[in-house]
Design a protein around this ligand. Structure first.
Ligand SMILES: Nc1ncnc2c1ncn2[C@@H]1O[C@H](COP(=O)(O)OP(=O)(O)OP(=O)(O)O)[C@@H](O)[C@H]1O
Length: 510
């Protein structure tokens, strides 16, 4: 756009001046003969205007078509393993080809429109030349014009035609740029729907979180309520677990706390202040999130862990990595903290990615930590170590966690069971086990799955909290590292037991 404007404005101004000069000289040579081109030139300008509007429209369509084909290419390249694992290379190739064909069709239309425009303007210029020669000859024969002046007039006339042709090209270039830039300008001028005008920066955040009668639906599905009058409180320093069936709205609560969306009704407060009143950078340094599928950047481990924290030292990075149980595997890589994790962390395993993401959150020393299935890809031992570290080192900080493993959830100070967007049960693991409700059913389901489908196991296990919480692995004491696998657990049973939500869903469907 900048290149086209810089070049075209130069050519445009030069031709306008030359055109003005030619017309002035033509008028002084013979005003009667000047009327001929002066009548036809406005017709050419009108034709240029009509063509310009159409060309602008086609240029915008071309941009859209190119964007669609790029979308397909980008999506397929970034999900290449999925595409290959379903043997869909040809299908995706055809999809890309179709999008490229759309682009080609629009480009063809553009080419035909340009040819049509050139044809019309050349035709009019020929008409002017013929008309000037005919009328000029008539004026010479009738003695109203000197034949030398007719030749001079014709030379200016040729200059004028050349200027009109160049102006047509400039107009085409400008319309092409305007069409292409319109979308970019739309995005630049777009005002976010979210209210990001908050300026509140307190000296200290204690970490009290309050959901007050929150109603929410996603902007793309406004008619589909996700959270309905949802209320709960997390006191400073509390660890609260959100549990419930898949799709019940747990991650949506986290998204609202991160201020990615705003509730349609109700309020979310941090230390009694509505979240939208906090300054954007401040709130995101105060609340740290480890999501379901953490995204790493194609940089070194150290740069990923210290991401966004300007004052972060290497010692801070190592400390956070130790807390996240990531230090030992990082040390074992060839370049250690300088190891490049690859695009979106593709050169790391799922569990390694999660641990680096946890370290990235911990390095900020947040007042509120949100863990949305943040340890789901870790083996039970690693998860246990990471959790121990989090519980030990985040004392005084509030933690909201979503987890599918019962062993993760039961240590929480408070468990909130969300079902279909409302809080159905709330309390500690022991309190909820005493109530008849979905939570107890879920626990029974998991434990039965782990103990040879015997309902009696639940009762037997209840007083022994440690065996209930880590049904298939017993530890020999904190830090001892000694593990023993309980008989008579089968591998299939253990696998079944690892998914809290899966069990929930299957229970619900019954
Ligand atoms: N960006 C989005 N746009 C529209 N609807 C969405 C979006 N994200 C989630 N949803 C819908 O909102 C509902 C709640 O989703 P949410 O992710 O909060 O559930 P969840 O309880 O965390 O589930 P899970 O345990 O499976 O992660 C689901 O029905 C889902 O389809």
């Amino acid at each position: 756009m900048s290149d086209t404007v810089a070049l075209n404005v130069n050519v445009f101004l030069r031709n306008i001046v030359q055109m003005g000069g030619s017309m002035l000289f033509m008028l002084t040579l013979c005003w009667r003969l000047s009327l001929v081109p002066f009548i036809v030139v406005p017709i050419i300008l009108v034709a240029s205007k009509i063509f310009g509007v159409y060309y602008d429209f086609l240029a915008e369509k071309t941009q859209e078509a190119v964007a669609h084909s790029n979308d397909v290419a980008e999506e397929v390249l970034s999900t290449m393993r999925t595409v290959r694992s379903f043997a869909c290379e040809e299908i995706e190739g055809d999809r890309f080809y179709d999008k490229l064909t759309d682009t080609l069709n629009i480009t063809k239309k553009k080419a035909f429109a340009y040819v049509g425009y050139l044809w019309v303007s050349e035709l009019f210029q020929t008409v002017i030349n013929v008309a000037v020669l005919w009328y000029g000859g008539h004026l010479v024969l009738s003695g109203k014009l000197n034949k030398d002046l007719l030749v001079a007039f014709l030379l200016y006339q040729m200059q004028l035609a050349d200027n009109i042709r160049q102006l047509g090209e400039v107009w085409t270039g400008l319309m092409q740029s305007v069409g292409a830039a319109r979308k970019v300008c739309e995005y630049i001028d777009r005002k976010p729907d979210l209210n990001m005008t908050g300026h509140y920066i307190p000296e200290k955040v204690t970490g009290k979180i309050e959901f007050r009668n929150v109603c929410f639906s996603y902007p793309t599905r406004k008619q589909n309520p996700i959270l309905r009058n949802l209320s709960f409180t997390v006191e400073p320093g509390e660890v609260v677990a959100l549990v419930g069936p898949s799709g019940s709205g747990k991650s949506s609560c986290i998204a609202l706390l991160e201020h990615f969306y705003e509730p349609s009704d109700g309020q979310i407060l941090i230390d009694g202040v509505p979240i939208e009143q906090y300054e954007h950078h401040f709130i995101h340094n105060t609340i740290s999130l480890v999501g379901q599928e953490p995204v790493l950047f194609a940089r070194s481990v150290e740069e990923n862990v210290s991401y966004g924290v300007e004052t972060c030292t290497k010692a801070d990075v190592i400390e956070a990595s130790k807390l996240a149980n990531a230090h030992s595997f990082i040390e074992n890589t060839r370049d250690q903290y300088d190891t490049n994790v690859g695009e979106k962390g593709s050169q790391m395993s799922g569990g390694q990615k999660q641990r680096i993401a946890i370290a990235r959150s911990l390095v900020r020393k947040p007042a509120i930590l949100l863990l949305d299935e943040a340890t789901s890809a870790l083996d039970t031992e690693s998860e246990h170590l990471v959790q121990e570290a989090i519980y030990k080192n985040l004392k005084g900080r509030s933690v909201i966690l979503i987890a599918h493993r019962l062993s993760t959830v039961e240590k929480a100070n408070k468990i909130i069971l969300i079902n279909k967007g409302v809080v159905e049960q709330m309390g500690t693991h022991e309190e909820l086990l005493k109530q008849e409700g979905m939570y107890k059913t879920l626990v029974q389901r998991q434990m039965i799955g782990n103990a040879g489908d015997s309902p009696a196991v639940l009762d037997a296990a209840r007083p022994k909290r440690s065996s209930a919480t880590a049904p298939y692995i017993h530890r020999g004491g904190p830090g001892s590292g000694a593990l023993s696998i309980s008989p008579p657990h089968s591998m299939a049973q253990s696998l079944l037991a690892t998914s809290f939500t899966q069990s929930t869903t299957s229970m619900q469907s019954k």
